[in-house]
Design a protein around this ligand. Structure first.
Ligand code: BJ8
Length: 425
């Protein structure tokens, strides 16, 4: 930890002791989970570097952007359109919420039976350990699940500038109209924050920038179809996680660089696991940094993860925003149409998600699905039952897992995952 970093974290109001403890745990987990993997693509070096500087250089960059007059907007959900943020000359960062922190303090504000993701977002704020949260000029909450919706009422008292976006729960004409109204309102709020009026030109450029990120991830996903798998699920998940806070152009370039290397590996039949290793699709709740528990268990139990039907994964990135619009209205419509296709479990009914899971199984050549729900997450827990049923009807094995961020159930999970992998052989 350099003196510059310490000074920066102090200026941001971080609790240095708690923050050091968090970084120590994160560094150790990264070492044990990521750096212990064999035959990783060399281009993953970039992501190792990003992770080692996750609270250092990247924060310095964001603070430099702020000094140059740019604003930082933090978000907890893939429904916050990065296109609008970039067009307004701001930077969007995901507020990861993937680890328990300050749980005792959190449970004074939230019921114990709240999902780990929501608790984590509060823990990072109450514990003063997240420099992204503290750098943000605006934090966007969204009315998705009931837990988040109500939690933002309390978060509003803890952060300076919370903006809450309403979201539809039904993909109907009325639902689309609500999303359109909300994205127009968000556009005005972003413009107000930055003092920059979005033009057709800036919006078009922003759409292209975000689509380029998505295209790079699509390329990565399609290379994961190969057998032997050229990259681990852990590494692919990391790229999907870094999607949310790296500089967009640099991220696109770095993912494409991995893909170039993976193409060579595939041509040479070189993989991270032997050919015919059981292939698993993970579907369900988002896995935010540093929530690597399940993929670590799976990939140390004789299987490889070949896709994520998740918001940190294909649910979040699969659709592009149509680039053909010329006016702001046409492009805003294209943005609404693109985001309305996100199959979050808050939608009712949500048959498209079931279809997408089955499509992904076929595309990724997966042998089975692990449905991953966080404890107390009603939308994904509820949907896990019809998902399992639909898969069973197609003779696709499915294992439903309900867990949290603690390691207490790691042994039990491993036993269940190993038995499932055996079934796939
Ligand atoms: S679009 S999945 S990122 S809301 S795990 S907080 S659902 S109780 S995260 Fe999500 Fe946006 Fe949907 Fe995606 Fe609630 Fe469940 Fe907790 Fe969750």
């Amino acid at each position: 930890m350099t003196e510059n970093c310490r000074a920066m974290w102090t200026d941001l109001g971080l609790d240095l002791e708690g923050h050091t403890a968090l970084l120590d745990v994160l560094g150790k987990a990264y070492q044990d989970i990521y750096l212990s993997q064999k035959d990783r693509p060399e281009a993953m070096d970039y992501f190792d570097f990003v992770m080692s500087e996750i609270h250092g250089l990247r924060i310095m960059e964001l603070l430099d952007e702020k000094k140059a007059g740019r604003k930082i907007i933090g978000s907890y959900c893939v429904f916050v359109p990065e296109e609008i943020v970039l067009a307004a000359n701001a930077t969007l960062v995901g507020l990861c919420s993937g680890a328990d922190f300050a749980t005792e303090e959190v449970e004074k504000l939230l019921p114990r039976n709240t999902c780990a993701l929501i608790k984590s977002s509060f823990g990072f704020k109450l514990g003063k350990v997240c420099p992204y949260l503290e750098s943000a000029d605006m934090i966007v909450g969204e009315n998705t699940c009931d837990g988040k919706k109500k939690a933002y009422e309390s978060l509003n008292h803890l952060v300076k500038n919370l903006y809450v976006m309403d979201l539809p729960q039904v993909k109907s004409e009325q639902g689309r109209a609500l999303l359109k109204t909300e994205y127009d309102r968000f556009k005005a709020a972003a413009e107000h924050l930055t003092g920059v009026t979005i033009t057709a030109e800036s919006l078009k450029q922003a759409i292209r920038t975000v689509n380029a990120k998505r295209n790079a991830i699509h390329r990565l996903s399609s290379l994961r179809k190969a057998d032997p798998a050229p990259i681990s699920g852990l590494d692919a998940l990391l790229a999907n996680q870094v999607f949310f806070y790296d500089n967009p152009a640099r991220f696109t370039k770095s993912v494409n660089k991995i893909c170039d290397e993976l193409e060579k590996r595939i041509a040479d039949k070189k993989g991270v696991f032997p050919e015919n290793t059981p292939r698993i699709l993970v579907s369900g709740c988002p896995q935010a940094v540093p929530n690597w528990k399940l993929p670590f268990i799976v990939e140390t139990s004789g299987a490889v993860i070949v896709g994520e039907e998740s918001c940190v994964g294909e649910r979040g990135t699969r659709n592009l925003t149509d680039e053909s619009g010329e006016t702001i209205k046409e492009m805003m419509d294209a943005i609404v149409d693109r985001y309305l296709q996100v199959n979050c479990a808050i939608f009712t009914p949500n048959p498209e998600r079931l279809d997408h899971i089955q499509e992904m199984v076929a595309d990724c050549k997966a042998d089975g699905v692990i449905h991953y729900s966080l404890q107390f997450c009603q939308p994904y827990l509820m949907e896990s039952i019809p998902v399992e049923k639909a898969l069973e009807e197609k003779n696709i094995p499915c294992l439903r897992i309900e867990t949290d961020y603690s390691m207490e159930d790691a042994g039990q999970l491993k036993t269940r995952v190993e038995a499932f992998v055996e079934q796939l052989r």
